[in-house]
Design a binder for this molecule. Structure first.
Ligand SMILES: Cc1cc2nc3c(=O)[nH]c(=O)nc-3n(C[C@H](O)[C@H](O)[C@H](O)COP(=O)(O)OP(=O)(O)OC[C@H]3O[C@@H](n4cnc5c(N)ncnc54)[C@H](O)[C@@H]3O)c2cc1C
Length: 377
């Protein structure tokens, strides 16, 4: 006896859409179609620093939300299989300026109270962890044991491959132009240049473009404009011996701090400020300046070449918290829009599948419902 499957269209093949497509496709009762207007990983996921963390995540419920996703990342990676360049080496930072050192100590007290395994370390331990560092004066240093990094491109490729093996269809260079409504306000099809694709549920995981597409179904999802730049270097011998991510303090009062990681192929990724800092300078001069700040603390990088990378745009809801769930205005429209999507991808894939396939209402998602914007401008 043939069973009618739930037809689900996932719009967007970044890390969030790919994870949702993968998790949905593990259910025998669904038929998944992924629409991607470019190639997979060409949105925010391809520009991400890809630090798996819950360091700067407020309020506490959002901290725990990220933490929970960190805790299931390994299972997600194991199920996907293959080499995702997933590395759990922790995160190391220090400060030399009294005000910044005080703020770091305060943050550590808060994170420890939330149960996050981060601690103040003596400067000797900092040097033990990363012998290549030339840190200069250290007022406060911290090490966060459970942070990691990953390669979003590999994760997306693995998710889509597993989804296809389970029967999903992935259409690249196929934009979803419009959501087509029936008389009751539900979506009956997604319009593409190749025609309409009928559906029972539509998942919008199309990052910054979510606002525009959701509006075609009368759903309002306001976002902030949040450009960011993570430059790269040519491949270098292993510079970091242990940690996954380094935060380096400003070299003087006129320049921002930077963050840095090295992937398995030797490429270094460098951004300035925090994970959320706005930056839209993709010039060679800016890339060289970021690298020179890294060389200040990591002299072995002296021969590296900085490669500028185009500006990336974070999917950033107006209140900076994720938007996840079905919409009252279009009951079969499911939104999955968020910053920190690399950290959150496994959990969001898992929970969205519970809600879409099993009709569950996951209580943990209550703060993130799209309805909170019903009356927003
Ligand atoms: C500079 C920077 C640094 C970051 N650092 C971190 C970090 O350290 N840790 C962390 O966890 N997160 C970080 N983030 C955030 C994280 O990268 C994003 O939250 C995550 O990549 C979002 O994934 P996504 O799949 O939702 O969106 P995207 O990766 O943007 O994917 C959306 C996809 O939808 C496609 N699309 C758009 N419109 C349509 C349409 N109409 N039809 C079909 N396809 C469409 C796009 O082409 C794109 O491929 C960073 C982001 C940036 C930009």
């Amino acid at each position: 006896m043939s069973v009618t499957k739930l037809n689900i269209v996932v719009v967007g093949a970044g890390i969030v859409g790919a994870s949702i497509a993968y998790h949905l496709s593990r259910s025998k009762d669904v038929a998944v179609t992924v629409l991607e207007r470019n190639e997979p990983c060409t949105g925010a996921s391809g520009h991400s620093f890809a630090w798996l963390n819950s360091f700067g995540k407020d309020p506490v419920s959002y901290h725990h939300f990220n933490r929970r996703s960190m805790d299931i990342w390994d299972r997600f990676a194991r199920r996907l299989g293959g080499d995702l360049d997933l590395h759990w080496g922790g995160e190391l930072r220090w400060e030399w300026a009294p005000e910044r050192a005080g703020a770091l100590r305060q943050r550590i007290v808060q994170l420890q109270a939330w149960g996050y395994p981060i601690r103040i370390i003596p400067s000797a331990e900092l040097r033990e962890l990363e012998p290549g560092l030339s840190p200069g004066p250290v007022l406060t240093a911290s090490f966060s044991d459970i942070d990691g990094r990953v390669d979003p491109r590999r994760v997306i490729a693995a998710c889509l491959q597993r989804a296809c093996e389970a029967g999903a269809a992935v259409h690249t260079h196929t934009p979803a132009n419009k959501l087509c409504l029936d008389g009751q306000g539900s979506i009956e099809a997604v319009s593409t240049p190749n025609g309409e694709i009928g559906c029972d549920v539509v998942v919008l995981a199309n990052g910054t473009a979510t606002t525009e597409l959701a509006a075609t179904a009368g759903v309002h999802i306001p976002q902030q404009h949040s450009p960011g730049v993570v430059i790269r270097t040519d491949p270098q011998p292993p510079i970091l011996k242990n940690v996954s991510v380094l935060h380096l303090p400003p070299i003087d009062e006129d320049r921002h701090e930077i963050h840095l990681r090295q992937s398995a192929d030797g490429t270094l990724y460098i951004g300035q400020g925090s994970q959320e800092s706005v930056d839209q300078d993709d010039s060679q001069e800016h890339a060289d300046a970021l690298l020179s700040r890294a060389i200040h603390y990591l002299p072995a990088l002296a021969g590296a070449r900085a490669v500028p990378t185009p500006v990336g745009y974070r999917p950033m809801p107006i209140d900076e918290l994720p938007v996840i769930g079905f919409c009252d205005a279009a009951p079969n429209l499911y939104i999955a829009l968020m910053h920190s999507g690399v950290t959150l991808a496994p959990l969001v894939g898992e929970l969205a599948t519970l809600e879409i396939v099993d009709n569950a209402r996951v209580e943990m998602l209550a703060p993130y419902r799209p309805e909170r914007f019903r009356f927003a401008n």
